[in-house]
Write a protein that binds this ligand. Structure first.
Ligand SMILES: NC(=O)C1=CN([C@@H]2O[C@H](COP(=O)(O)OP(=O)(O)OC[C@H]3O[C@@H](n4cnc5c(N)ncnc54)[C@H](O)[C@@H]3O)[C@@H](O)[C@H]2O)C=CC1
Ligand SMILES: O=C(O)CCC(=O)C(=O)O
Length: 429
């Protein structure tokens, strides 16, 4: 079926692997496996709503710049739309649409009552001052005011955004409606109703997935050799928690540099070093520099791509030596690479399972906010872990029962759940 033809998408770049085509192909595969009705499949292939707004801002130097901001709402059949907000120069409507669809499947797989959405602005946040970023975020929120809300669509952080942007979004929304509405976003600061444990949640979910993946092969985290691409919110938290559990973190990277140490990196020391050096990893004692390209090819037990899409592709997959890949990023392994890895017996734990810890704790944050009762971090982590482990076991079981790879197993569970809900609600004419 391919990318939905109704969307006002940018032309596909021949040099670039389109994330939307990839995600739609996985949906097509799941639809075939489930023998899904063609009409239902067509409904699920299209986002319900696509919003693109212009964001005029006055820069600190007095000039005006107009940016494009997107919010794609893929499906709300199970509950309010839910998904992060990305600030990155490579953001396109195609990418945001793919990420919105992934959110639908992720929430359905984890059994949380949300649909899927994603937002984004094509900027490099490092090119803007804090006050410029605040103006951009507030204007973007203002333009989306009728499209978001605690029972409509609930943004959260993603690449290039954090609790700070969520606080600005919450404040802008609240000013518009005339009273405080903490539930309009998740991943916000604890001082305004954020949840304990949300900041580390995606990394914690990744650590749980790695632990369960190794356990399923009769191995343990202690001494496991792990390579992590990306040292932002997700990569950093996963590195810290895996290190604390006794794993050997051989290499980590940011977009500009990477570090390798065969004996394993001292992650607490590296976190302190990066904090002192404005996030730069360069020159960390006891390590060697490594490029992002070489990092992906290191021999290891578990490779964790935790940065962006399309990192393991047809071009490098033959040289990937990891035994297990845990997709902390959304869409880091392309379809062609996925098939090649499957043929070679490399196990890939898919994004919609592996990085779901973040949205699960976003859900727990929303639940705490709605009930005005806030939990300690131990409870948040326990509730998240139980949902993650349950979803992991279901995916493994489904893969064995249907004799299909883990990604297809996860998709059949997620798509099947959403399709059932569409059909039960009678949305299918
Ligand atoms: N923040 C969250 O709660 C969640 C994030 N994710 C996904 O995890 C991934 C990472 O997100 P965050 O850590 O939140 O973003 P972030 O903005 O905090 O960090 C991104 C990291 O990736 C690095 N990076 C960027 N481009 C790179 C490249 N070409 N090669 C190597 N490294 C590169 C950056 O330098 C940075 O270290 C994304 O795919 C995101 O969609 C998924 C679920 C939840
Ligand atoms: O926490 C959330 O609501 C969404 C996180 C996200 O954007 C993702 O899982 O890709």
């Amino acid at each position: 079926m391919g990318s939905p033809s109704l969307l006002p998408l940018e032309p596909a770049s021949p040099a670039h692997i389109c994330p939307l085509d990839q995600t739609c192909s996985y949906l097509d595969e799941a639809a075939r496996e489930l023998q899904l009705d063609a009409g239902l499949q067509a409904i699920l292939s299209h986002p319900r709503k696509v919003v693109t707004v212009s964001i005029p801002i006055k820069l600190d130097n007095g000039t005006v710049q107009v940016l494009a901001g997107h919010r794609v709402q893929h499906c709300d059949v199970l509950g309010p739309y839910k998904g992060g907000t990305r600030y990155h120069p490579a953001v396109t409507l195609r990418e945001v649409s793919a990420l919105a669809m992934l959110m639908t499947w992720k929430c359905a797989l984890l059994g949380i009552p949300y649909g899927g959405a994603k937002g984004g602005i094509a900027i490099n946040p490092n090119d803007y001052s804090v006050s410029e970023l605040e103006r951009i975020t507030r204007r973007y929120t203002n333009e989306l005011i009728k499209d978001i809300g605690p029972s409509v669509d609930i943004p959260a952080p993603d690449v290039g955004t954090s609790a700070r942007e969520m606080a600005w979004m919450m404040d802008t929304y609240s000013m518009n409606v005339g009273h405080a509405v903490p539930g309009v976003v998740t991943g916000k600061p604890i001082s305004i109703g954020g949840s304990r444990g949300r900041e580390m949640a995606t990394g914690r979910g990744v650590m749980i997935t790695v632990r369960e993946a190794l356990a399923a092969q009769g191995k343990s985290l202690a001494g496991a050799r792990i390579v992590i691409q990306g040292f932002g919110n997700v990569g950093r938290s996963a590195a810290q928690l895996l290190y604390e559990a006794g794993a050997r973190i051989l290499a980590v990277s940011t977009s500009t540099n990477g570090l390798f140490a065969d004996a394993g990196l001292d992650i607490p020391a590296l976190l302190a070093y990066a904090a002192e050096n404005h996030k730069s990893l360069v020159g960390f004692p006891g390590s060697m520099p490594i490029s992002n390209d070489d990092l992906l090819l290191l021999p290891c037990d578990v490779l964790i791509p935790a940065a962006l899409e399309n990192q393991i592709t047809e071009a490098n997959v033959a040289q990937v030596k990891a035994q297990i890949i845990v997709e902390a990023a959304n869409g880091p392994v392309t379809l062609a690479a996925d098939q090649a890895l499957e043929a070679r017996g490399v196990t890939v734990f898919p994004d919609i399972l592996a990085n779901a810890g973040g949205v699960v704790v976003s859900y727990l944050e929303w639940v705490q906010g709605l009930s005005y009762v806030f939990w300690d971090e131990e409870r948040v982590n326990r509730e998240m872990e139980s949902l993650m482990v349950y979803a992991f076991q279901r995916v493994l079981q489904q893969s064995q029962n249907r004799q299909v790879p883990l990604r297809l197993a996860a998709y059949t569970l997620a798509v099947g759940r959403v399709a059932q809900a569409v059909s039960d609600r009678g949305l299918y004419p």
